[in-house]
Design a protein around this ligand. Structure first.
Ligand code: ADP
Ligand code: MG
Length: 310
């Protein structure tokens, strides 16, 4: 088994413009190592270069410069082996309307040269909960089912590395939970290395052992999830007051804001202030609390903190 599932160095990608469209440098010399067996999160805002990076790994986009090794195989020297080691669930629903799920998996297996007796189409359909739909007309599949079929297609050649590009963007809670369960199971029981991109901090926190953050085509941080997100301890208590307060509570190091929907947002750093102290300050102000929630720093704040720290 390879020690590192992915080893990338100096990876550059420039999309050539045409006419009035200028060139776009989507990746600017990215180095990235992903340990075999991990669940790795690639985080970054829209346009950061996540899909470009993933599509280069998958052999779907040509790099401009740099070296990519997949499961120890150099992509240029061993294109076949490096492609066989990786399965990709793309961001776009590039969906073939003609094939029922089982047939779609058979076609995909054919493309990857999986011999008939080694195909596991029914097992994979069961895994993603589509066994009832094996022969259903493709156009009758819901959006959630189509997404699960994309995951199934990524698995036909039993790759060591599974890459998921924004697997849960825009899906409902039930499907998100199911995808998370599938991903964890593949990682645990088969030791599959998982690489996922997301812009949900919660997803990265919940799923990933390690996280890299990219922004404007550059990697700006990489660490264990705990180290990376633990250092960013901004939290917000969202309080629904029983009656609108006349004035806002004041507390050192805490920012109090009244939002348009009447929610009192108390932003604080858990390393400096406790939730108890924040609540005490609110109560001391004569504000009665009818409901309370917490909100984590969103990704934008994380980027700000990280870029400020450098
Ligand atoms: P992300 O997945 O993080 O949102 P992408 O990798 O899709 O980012 O895009 C990175 C940058 O490259 C963006 O500015 C995007 O507009 C540009 N880009 C992506 N694909 C193409 C393409 N085929 N042609 C030209 N520019 C592209
Ligand atoms: Mg993308």
């Amino acid at each position: 088994m390879a020690e590192n599932a992915i080893e990338i160095s100096g990876l550059t990608k420039t999309y050539r413009g045409s006419g009035s469209t200028p060139d776009k440098q989507a990746l600017k010399g990215v180095d990235l190592t992903v340990k075999a067996g991990s669940i790795f999160g690639l985080l970054g805002p829209n346009g950061a270069g996540k899909s470009t990076l993933i599509n280069i790994m998958a052999g779907l986009v040509r790099k401009s410069a740099g070296q990519v090794k997949i499961w120890g195989f150099d992509q240029d020297q061993n294109p076949r082996q490096s492609r066989a080691a990786i399965g990709v669930m793309p961001q776009e629903l590039n969906f073939d309307p003609f094939f029922a799920p089982r047939a779609a998996l058979e076609v995909q297996a054919g493309l990857y040269g999986v011999p008939r007796r080694q195909r596991r189409s029914d097992e994979i359909l069961k895994l993603v909960g589509l066994e009832d739909k094996a022969n259903a007309y493709a156009r009758t599949l819901s959006g959630g089912m189509r997404r699960r079929l994309l995951l199934a297609k990524a698995l036909v050649h039993d790759p060591q590395i599974l890459v998921l590009d924004e697997p849960t963007a825009g899906v409902d809670i039930e499907l998100r939970q199911m995808l998370w369960d599938n991903i964890r199971m593949l990682n645990k029981t088969r030791g599959m290395t998982i690489i996922l991109t997301t812009h949900y901090l919660e997803e990265a926190e919940e799923m990933c052992d390690e996280i890299a953050i990219i922004n404007h085509g550059e990697k700006i941080a990489q660490d264990s999830t705990q180290n990376l997100l633990g250092a960013l301890d901004a939290k917000t208590l969202l309080i629904t007051p029983s009656t609108l307060p006349d004035a806002l509570p004041e507390l050192d190091g805490v920012s109090a804001k009244l939002r348009e929907d009447g929610t009192l947002a108390m932003a604080y750093h858990t390393s400096r202030t406790s939730a108890e102290e924040v609540l005490d300050a609110v109560r001391a102000h004569g504000i009665r609390i009818s409901d309370i929630r917490t909100e984590q720093a969103d990704l934008e704040d994380v980027f700000l903190e990280l870029t400020r720290a450098r």
